[in-house]
Design a protein around this ligand. Structure first.
Ligand SMILES: CC(C)(COP(=O)(O)OP(=O)(O)OC[C@H]1O[C@@H](n2cnc3c(N)ncnc32)[C@H](O)[C@@H]1OP(=O)(O)O)[C@@H](O)C(=O)NCCC(=O)NCCS
Length: 219
């Protein structure tokens, strides 16, 4: 895609091991294949919207349609930036960051998944650190929030490692049962004190209007 018309296509986040970028058509194919191959043990359901309870072809389709929906619905006042995560040339998963009324609230929320084969290797921590850097350093955010079901130890561990603290609970229906989700919040000062993963951002400046950010009002 031509970044002149769709500036997000030129945005890149780089960590020691990963590149995060808006998915190209072939990245989308790779993400859909990862989803079809499986994102978690079928015995559990970590997502509030149980998209992974579908069969493989349904998970692939849902992955594609989710990405297209976010692009089509994009507004500076309400956006969801869902980046492909690439390690050694291979798409391994996706890291999302969304906001509403960012210009006023200065708050982002994140969500992510990795293909099962790529979990438990520190990638989840690095990719979350990458979008936190984008939020706090690149956009001047004051807060980042996240959430995970109380039995999602890997997701909760990533949040805790990166300095988030608990911020109450929410309750959802999952597979017909009530489940508890832990809300997490990270503030700018804590992020500045605890950040450990080096991240570089390129191609951000032309994206700022799309993200609802006035370049003069950052950080
Ligand atoms: C959640 C997810 C993105 C995390 O990514 P990841 O690459 O697996 O995470 P990392 O390897 O960076 O870190 C996982 C941490 O969880 C810890 N962890 C994993 N299972 C754990 C358990 N049962 N109890 C305690 N800690 C656990 C690991 O020890 C690690 O911490 P450490 O680095 O201090 O040892 C990934 O596991 C995933 O995609 N899961 C399925 C989908 C999902 O749950 N998405 C989030 C929905 S809220």
């Amino acid at each position: 895609m031509n970044p002149d018309w769709w500036p997000l296509a030129g945005l890149r986040l780089q960590t020691p091991e990963l590149e995060l970028r808006l998915a190209s058509p072939s990245d989308l194919d790779a993400l859909a294949s990862l989803a079809a191959d499986g994102v978690h043990d079928p015995a559990v359901q970590p997502f509030a919207f149980a998209w992974t309870d579908a069969p493989p072809s349904g998970r692939a389709l849902s992955t594609l349609q989710y990405q297209w929906t976010q692009w089509g619905a994009w507004k500076p006042e309400r956006w969801s930036l869902d980046l492909a995560v690439v390690r050694e040339g291979t798409v391994v998963g996706t890291q999302g960051m969304s906001a509403r009324d960012f210009a006023v609230l200065r708050e982002v929320s994140t969500g992510s998944w990795l293909g099962q084969a790529h979990q438990g290797k520190g990638i989840g921590t690095q990719m979350r650190a990458a979008v936190l850097h984008l939020a706090f350093e690149g956009l001047g955010a004051e807060y980042a929030t996240s959430g995970a079901f109380a039995d999602n130890h890997a997701s909760l561990a990533v949040s805790r490692k990166l300095g988030y603290t608990e911020d109450g609970i929410e309750r959802y229906v999952s597979r017909g049962k009530a489940v508890r989700s832990v809300r997490l919040r990270l503030d700018r000062q804590t992020w500045q004190r605890t950040r450990t993963v080096p991240v570089t951002i390129s191609g951000l400046e032309p994206c700022l209007p799309m993200l609802g950010v006035n370049p003069g009002h950052r950080g």
